[in-house]
Ligand binder design. Structure first.
Ligand SMILES: *Cc1c(COP(=O)(O)O)cnc(C)c1O
Length: 423
């Protein structure tokens, strides 16, 4: 049952390690693995949280520190184009989210960019007062909106279960903030349908693409999305704390007035005048001096995505996730693992969560064996599938190790572990 990686998602799941090796041999994405500096002896199922260092990022950091900062010092802002990096990297991310080059900019963190866009949208809300988001959304999204509503008199934040959101969007709503792929369950929102729903009520919508970008094809333009934000240190491998991106649809850019009106968002920052005047387009959403070493890492990391076919990435992501689920569930109910992600791969992003009473201890046991996943309270074990550096055989081996650790758990109970600050 050899099959090409391209149609692996529709193929029968491999039943032996040899069949996994055969799928790897036929995988059209296999060559990408060499672009990554994977530490030996581990199976990394956490690229949805912190992507792996790329060869190109390591080289680019080295170049920026020695040849640019270390040699040309402050002139580097001009001669190495540092000052335009937010727009340049935005233009490179644009094709991955279905946007035009001048609709995306890289700057600040995802949290800050959410506040920037939501507060700017609040300035032009007319007599509408309501922001809607999902209860159980990634906490920073809710926290940032809580800060905004505490600051601006009359604003109201409604946090609703996902199935109530579409009907709650009304004539009083000016902004809907949704995360495309849920960070716990990996459940996907229908971007096109919810965007249309928001627009039908005259509201704008902001999509958080943190768990989507680099993992699945996204088309903000086709969906007519208004705003978007997202992380670059997850599937894009930009490095720990890498700068985030933000997107504003072009026809909305002229009317959107920043609240965080920093000097580099000024029309003429080097005139150093006292009164703020916004720059054109996305540039007005820049705040302060961009962190060049972090930009260098992201610049390198993005070269891996330069000519990528995101449909192939998606197909392999589905094939790997389906294989993982099938191999785990084949072990029967005594594992006490319960799938906490949608069973339908079309409704799921690129990670899979299983609930388990001793989930934290089990994740720590797995990490001790070189299989890196993570844990999200209260009981989710989360496993990310990154098709550019994971092989089918890695999934096979990871599940064998998980099986051994589950056996140990059944015989001896959970390993004694202390809870780390980062889970
Ligand atoms: C990871 C993630 C963030 C992280 O925001 P930071 O400002 O980079 O810490 C925000 N939102 C979602 C949905 C995420 O998954």
């Amino acid at each position: 049952m050899r099959s090409s990686g391209a149609d692996a998602s529709r193929a029968v799941s491999p039943r032996t390690r040899e069949e996994c090796l055969a799928l790897d041999a036929a995988d059209p994405l296999a060559a990408y693995r060499a672009s990554f500096k994977l530490p030996p002896g581990i199976i990394y199922l956490d690229g949805n949280s912190l992507g792996v260092l790329t060869v190109a990022a390591a080289q680019r950091i080295e170049q920026t520190t020695t040849a640019e900062w270390g040699t040309d010092l402050i002139q580097s802002w001009n001669i190495h184009g540092w000052i335009n990096m937010p727009a340049r990297l935005g233009a490179r991310i644009a094709p991955l989210v279905g946007a035009a080059a001048d609709e995306v900019m890289v700057c600040d963190s995802t949290s800050v960019n959410l506040f920037k866009l939501a507060s700017a949208a609040a300035r032009s809300r007319g007599n509408r007062s309501k922001i809607i988001t999902e209860r159980g959304n990634f906490p920073t999204d809710a926290y940032m909106l809580q800060g905004l509503t505490a600051l601006v008199p009359g604003l109201e934040l409604q946090m609703l279960p996902r199935e109530q959101i579409a009907t709650a969007i009304d004539r009083d709503t000016f902004l809907v903030v949704l995360t495309h792929v849920h960070y716990q369950s990996a459940e996907l929102f229908d971007m096109t349908a919810l965007t249309a729903r928001a627009h039908a009520a005259g509201a704008r919508i902001l999509w958080d693409l943190s768990h989507s970008v680099g993992a699945l094809p996204i088309d903000l333009s086709a969906a007519r999305a208004d705003f978007a934000i997202g992380c670059t240190y997850k599937y894009l491998n930009g490095g720990p704390g890498a700068p985030a991106f933000m997107y504003v649809r072009r026809d909305l850019q002229g009317d959107l007035q920043p609240v965080l009106s920093g000097w580099l968002g000024h029309a003429k920052p080097f005139d150093f005048v006292d009164e703020y005047a916004p720059a054109e387009g996305m540039t007005r959403h820049r705040c302060g001096t961009p962190p060049m070493l972090s930009f260098a890492a992201l610049d390198g990391a993005l070269s891996v995505f330069e000519h990528i076919d995101m449909n192939l990435v998606r197909q392999k992501s589905i094939a790997l996730s389906e294989l993982f689920i099938a191999l785990i569930e084949a072990q029967g109910p005594e594992t006490a693992l319960e799938l906490a992600s949608p069973r339908d791969p079309e409704r799921r992003g690129s990670h899979v969560s299983f609930a388990h009473v001793d989930g934290y201890a089990l994740i720590q046991q797995l990490i001790g064996r070189g299989v890196i996943g993570d844990f999200r309270a209260p009981k989710l074990m989360r496993f990310g599938f990154t098709p550019l550096y994971l092989r089918y055989v890695d999934i096979w081996d990871a599940v064998q190790i998980l099986r051994e650790e589950l056996d140990r758990w059944r015989r001896h109970g959970p390993a004694a572990v202390t809870r780390h600050a980062v889970t």
